[in-house]
Design a protein around this ligand. Structure first.
Ligand code: ATP
Length: 900
């Protein structure tokens, strides 16, 4: 290649890529896609299956077990060797399968998060997956977009790009279409944009020059953000605890060995086998794997409810959220906008119909129909709404669809109801330039060619107060301009807003034909007011229910909207937010200092006319008040607030890529109800993690206690080393997994949020673990000693002890399905079919252990009589009943209603 892309002129770039300013055809794009492959970076090497399998053996416990297997082999304890080797393999395979599950869950979620982009195909702008981009495609960029591939710009309007991901430079860089010197450094190449960077201001278009691993991003081999394989605070806490426990156990085992051999005079080989069994029984080796599966299953469940988690820790944080700050439009409301009223200087027109179908009449108060052609101001207002517009309405499969901003689509539908289509309007008044809508300045302006060639016309549409400030005159129905009656417009605007309608004002201004471009300042004065439009956007019914559910769950919901205070107050009231209270506006927030804001934020639920900077201050104030905050956002400027919030939530449909990148979670349907659902799942996941730890620790503890007691009191060993290993093997591969599949309890949204700093290993947990460990030991050891006493053979007594422990674990699995409340109801006993399946599988293994001749030969087990099984069940019931009674007593002691 002679010249690098940044040094080429736009025209040369197009020629070299054999494309045009109108982009590629679909056929050509498909052909190039086959040739060049998708615009994605290859998966990292560690994703290969054999690597994942090998990694499973990298685990302290497995190292210990492997060493032990070798030593027992040298000592000639072949049974122990085989069982140890089996345990090592099974543990690794389970870990492998579980990790595979977790990975595939995350993979499908990564696919849901795949960025999309807008390109010209067949001369039209279409929305496609960024993975389908090919060299030669013409991509449109607007602020908030993530640059989907390496682009040579062919158009740029004040385009600024945040290239920090690539260059580390934190200030956004201004881009132009002018070519630069071939030797220019990456950070200074103003004519090209690179994949992985983000447009933070302005707009532009560029032709794709490189995709996938050919991009700069692919070259420097940085990873595309997706779901980082990060862990969560709880997993880290558990990991630390697991390692600590493992070292304590290994130390204790070493001590036992030394004591046994040198003090009690046991043979070293027997003692060695015993301490290996002790260590294997006490170390909770399944802990990290099951925790990861529980989390990823939670992530999958949330995805099914349209909440796509980008960062794993958010799953946990969601469970302790105390405040949700939500946008209004589209999140709490349906974002199906319909114009209901047009208010001109001298009359009000009602507009019939709902949704985007252009069916409905324009009428006056008394029902007489209005012909816009007879009213200059009305006709021009409708025309302004259609022309000052970047959206599209179209009919597809017998229904009317929109493309773009629903507020603008509503104006297009109004146009169609007045027999003015977008095509007709823009043919007679072609657009020359535009200042796009941004939440910060709340208006949009477009420049059009005038009938009179010496002039050009600017249409302005935006929030009433912004447009009023730019108007000095107003137009009447005969087309005569008068001095603007600001008081009239303000009153009418408040009136419409108080009905919960979104209000937009429309105005125009003619000026001498000039450069054919407009700047921000051109929209600030000299306009003639045309009309106000009132647009209805009904609340989402499911959001109303979700707000109620959040309130019950001790979560405060705050609505932060860019809309007018009166509109916000009315919609808020319909949602049950801030009823009877005046909303606080962005302007009011600005004059408050931080401590005053902390007070205000504690008392206010509805914030209006707020912009992204206000959101950031509100999050800070709430966090200073001790809250854990979830905050929604869609625009590029929402990113700081989303990053700052404990759980940043971006809109999947209406949100910019910048917002999605800053967020911890993305809502596939932009719906508030999905946040509530995610909180619910988040609480459920945390519960399941707790339940699993509560199940796992005492089952390991019980076994260990049996062995320790036997050594301490110099009793006949109730469990042989091989049997201890068997119990571990049989239960870890069955029972341990079941709790990861535990459905979220129905009552999770009826308790208060969990304190964020709550430690998992609370005194209550330690108590529960100790109690159940002792109970398990009592059942097993008691039964063993009792049997020996009554003259039974040691084989039968040991088989009884083994079965007592396993059956007690089965019963305790059911207890563990609810931490604080009784499981004595249908749902509690039978609600998790994985648990029932696991118990059945485990029971089958135990029958094999007890009766199969080869098992008897290997493990020294013996057949049991029905009476023996009765005793075994008794030991299981002992654990079950005492655990249930303990819950009952603990609930009484707590006096307050149980948290579950
Ligand atoms: P939120 O989603 O946070 O509830 P919002 O989306 O309603 O807020 P913005 O989109 O920032 O808030 O809109 C703020 C105001 O800007 C609206 O009340 C309206 O008056 C005006 N406005 C909205 N969309 C447009 C548009 N496309 N063109 C011109 N003005 C607009």
């Amino acid at each position: 290649m002679s010249q690098p892309w940044h040094a080429l002129e736009p025209g040369e770039t197009l020629t070299r890529l054999d494309t045009a300013a109108t982009g590629l055809s679909s056929e050509e794009a498909a052909r190039r896609l086959r040739e060049c492959g998708p615009n994605t970076l290859p998966a990292s090497r560690s994703d290969r299956w054999w690597w994942r399998l090998l990694r499973q053996f990298h685990n302290v416990l497995l190292y210990v077990m492997m060493v032990a297997a070798i030593v027992t082999a040298f000592l000639g304890h072949w049974v122990d060797t085989a069982v140890l080797a089996g345990a090592v393999v099974i543990n690794a395979v389970i870990g492998f399968i579980q990790e595979g599950r977790a990975e595939s869950a995350l993979d499908s979620i990564r696919a849901m998060l795949a960025p999309r982009t807008r390109v010209y195909r067949d001369g039209r702008i279409v929305d496609i997956a960024a993975a389908d981009l090919v060299p030669g495609d013409m991509v449109r960029l607007t602020s908030g977009d993530r640059v989907p591939a390496d682009l040579r710009l062919v158009r740029a309007r004040e385009l600024r790009i945040d290239e920090s991901a690539l260059t580390g430079e934190s200030m956004p860089v201004e881009k132009t279409t002018l070519s630069v010197d071939p030797d220019t450094e990456l950070g200074d190449r103003k004519s090209t944009c690179y994949a992985g960077t983000v447009a933070v201001f302005g707009h532009g278009a560029g032709v794709v020059v490189a995709t996938g691993s050919d991009t700069e991003l692919g070259r420097i081999n940085a990873l595309l953000s997706g779901i980082p394989n990060s862990t969560t605070p709880l997993l880290r806490q558990i990991g630390r605890f697991g390692r600590w426990l493992a070292s304590v156990i290994l130390l204790a085992a070493a001590l036992t060995f030394v004591l046994g051999v040198f003090w009690r005079g046991e043979t070293p080989s027997e003692m060695f086998a015993l301490v290996v069994a002790l260590a294997a029984s006490a170390i909770p080796e399944g802990l990290p794997a099951v925790m990861t599966v529980t989390l990823s299953l939670g992530v999958q469940r949330m995805a099914r409810r349209n909440a796509v988690v980008r960062r794993l820790p958010a799953v946990e944080t969601l469970g302790s959220v105390t405040v949700i700050c939500s946008d209004k439009t589209g999140t709490l409301t349906r974002n199906e906008m319909t114009v209901q009223k047009v208010v001109c200087a001298h009359r009000t027109v009602d507009v019939g119909g709902v949704g985007y179908a252009p069916a409905g009449n324009l009428t006056t108060d008394d029902g007489t129909s209005v012909d816009p052609a007879t009213d200059t101001a009305l006709e021009l207002a409708i025309r302004a709404g259609v022309l000052c517009n970047d959206s599209r309405v179209f009919e597809a499969d017998n229904s009317w669809e929109i493309d773009g901003d629903p507020t603008e689509a509503a104006l297009l539908v109004l146009g169609r109801k007045a027999c003015l289509t977008q095509e007709a309007a823009s043919t007679s008044w072609p657009r020359l330039d535009a200042v796009p809508f941004e939440s910060e300045h709340r208006f949009m302006a477009t420049l059009h060619r005038h009938d009179d060639a010496r002039q050009e016309r600017i249409f302005l549409k935006g929030a009433p107060e912004v447009v009023f400030a730019a108007c000095s005159r107003q137009l009447d129905s005969h087309g005569v301009a008068h001095v603007v009656d600001t008081e009239y417009w303000a009153r009418r605007s408040e009136e419409i807003a108080a009905q919960g309608l979104r209000v937009l004002a429309l105005a125009f201004r003619d000026r001498e034909a000039g450069t054919g471009t407009i700047e921000f300042e051109d929209a600030c004065g000299g306009f003639t007011m045309l009309a106000l439009v009132g647009i209805i956007d009904p609340p989402r019914e499911e959001a109303v229910v979700a707000v109620r559910e959040c309130h019950r769950a001790g979560i405060t919901v705050k609505m932060i909207t860019g809309d007018h205070a009166d509109t916000a107050a009315e919609i808020g009231a319909q949602m049950g937010l801030g009823v009877g209270k005046r909303p606080v506006t962005g302007a009011e927030i600005e004059v408050l200092d931080d401590s005053a804001l902390r007070r205000v934020v504690a008392e206010t639920d509805v914030f209006a006319r707020a912009s992204p900077e206000h959101k950031l201050r509100l999050v800070r104030a709430l966090q200073d008040n001790g809250h854990v905050v979830a905050m929604t956002g869609d625009g590029v400027n929402d990113a700081p607030a989303l990053t700052r919030a404990d759980v940043g939530v971006a809109m999947g449909k209406g949100g910019t890529e910048a917002a999605k990148e800053a967020a911890d979670m993305v809502l596939a349907d932009d719906n508030f109800a999905s946040i509530a659902a995610a909180v619910r799942e988040g609480r459920g996941v945390y519960d399941n993690l707790k339940k699993f730890v509560l199940f796992m620790l005492p089952t390991n503890g019980g076994e260990a206690l049996v062995v320790i007691a036997a050594i301490l009191f110099q009793l006949t060993l109730p469990l042989t080393p091989a049997q201890v290993l068997w119990i571990n093997l049989a239960t870890v591969s069955t029972l341990g997994l079941a709790l990861a599949f535990e459905p979220t309890e129905k009552t999770v949204m009826r308790r208060a949020p969990r304190p964020p700093d709550e430690s998992l290993l609370s005194p209550f947990f330690v108590w529960r673990v100790a109690m159940v460990s002792v109970l398990m030991m009592t059942g097993s050891l008691g039964l063993f000693l009792w049997e020996l006493e009554s003259g039974t053979s040691v084989e039968v007594a040991r088989t009884l002890a083994v079965n007592a422990i396993v059956v007690a674990e089965m019963f305790y699995l059911i207890n563990s399905r609810r931490i604080y409340t009784s499981v004595l109801d249908r749902e509690g006993l039978f609600g998790n079919r994985y648990a029932l399946g696991a118990i059945a599988a485990c029971a089958a293994l135990q029958l094999l252990f007890t009766y199969a001749p080869f098992m008897q030969a290997v493990f020294g087990s013996a057949a049991l009589s029905p009476t023996d099984w009765g005793k075994v069940l008794g030991a299981g019931l002992l654990v079950f009943v005492v655990a249930e009674v303990e819950k009952w007593v603990a609930a009484r002691i707590r006096r307050s209603p149980a948290p579950v």
